[in-house]
Design a protein around this ligand. Structure first.
Ligand SMILES: [Zn+2]
Length: 285
């Protein structure tokens, strides 16, 4: 029951946070970082599947990639760039900005930028903080991001959530620092509240039509592009299960994994998708 569409002519921004299933913040208490190297890798094959899916739909995307992934799997970064997608940074080690000192945070985001640029051979303009971890308490992070040479950040989700969110932040791109644009994840405004419409667990939990409605509303009522995100592990129902995880976290991480790829296909068919740098005219060509 998907309508044929791009109806507004707007390009929406498609984004992927490139990390493996064992690097997710909510699972961090259950997997020590020193074990990452020993975990079975799923990200290579999952990114390959995404690249095929995007090619079928002629969609382009921005891949916010961990420096840790670029270091171990440089082929992934090169194949993303070779397929015409944008390489951006998700930091090096997937630590929340809110759990680091400004010095640690700066070192992490600079290391990732350098690694990604050396691997892909292109300038990296964009950064996304792990778990949207920029809020009122750590606005200094924007100074670090600007000083590290990034031109945009997509690190704020203006919703209420127990792990992240800044519900009173602007819903649309704003200059966080001179020369640094913050591009928040998409929300739909309804009855005085911001509803999350930018992907992640909500996309897997609610029926597809909820996302379809919300993105259409943002395009038509607000006249703005949507910014949508997900992870390679979200199309991988066979990923190894992490033991000892609470019921809530287990539900959030594993719900409807087997449905996500088909839902993404609907989303890619129903809207026009492009890279963040192109949607917002950020790269001089
Ligand atoms: Zn992440």
């Amino acid at each position: 029951m998907t309508a044929a569409l791009p109806t507004t002519g707007l390009s929406n921004a498609l984004t992927v946070d490139v990390e493996d299933y064992f690097q997710v913040s909510a699972l961090a208490p259950h997997i020590a970082r020193h074990r990452w190297d020993a975990m079975p890798c799923r990200v290579e094959r999952n990114v390959d599947r995404l690249l095929q899916l995007f090619e079928r739909h002629r969609a382009h995307a921005t891949f916010f990639t961990l420096g840790w992934i670029a270091e171990r799997y440089p082929r992934i970064v090169r194949s993303i760039a070779a397929a015409g997608h944008e390489i951006a940074s998700h930091g090096y080690g997937h630590l929340r900005a809110s759990e680091q000192t400004p010095e640690e945070f700066s070192a992490d985001i600079r290391r990732a930028k350098q690694l990604l640029e050396d691997t892909a051979g292109v300038e990296v303009l964009g950064y996304r903080a792990p778990s949207f971890s920029i809020g009122h308490a750590n606005q200094w992070a924007f100074d670090c991001i600007a000083e590290a040479g990034y031109r945009y950040s997509s690190s704020v989700y203006p919703v209420r959530h127990d792990h992240y969110g800044m519900p009173d932040a602007p819903r649309f791109p704003y200059e966080a620092r001179p020369g640094l644009l913050e591009i928040p994840l998409t929300t739909a405004r309804l009855l005085g509240r911001n509803l999350p419409a930018g992907g992640g667990g909500y996309f897997r939990f609610f029926p597809y039509q909820v996302s379809q409605w919300a993105i259409r509303r943002v395009n038509r009522v607000d006249g703005r592009p949507a910014i949508f995100y997900f992870h390679p592990w979200e199309i991988d129902p066979d990923q190894p299960r992490i033991p000892g995880v609470s019921l809530k976290t287990r539900f959030r991480h594993y719900v409807n994994l087997h449905r996500t790829e088909a839902r993404l296909s609907l989303l890619l068919a129903d809207f026009h998708w492009d890279r963040v740098d192109r949607c917002f005219g950020l790269r001089a060509s």
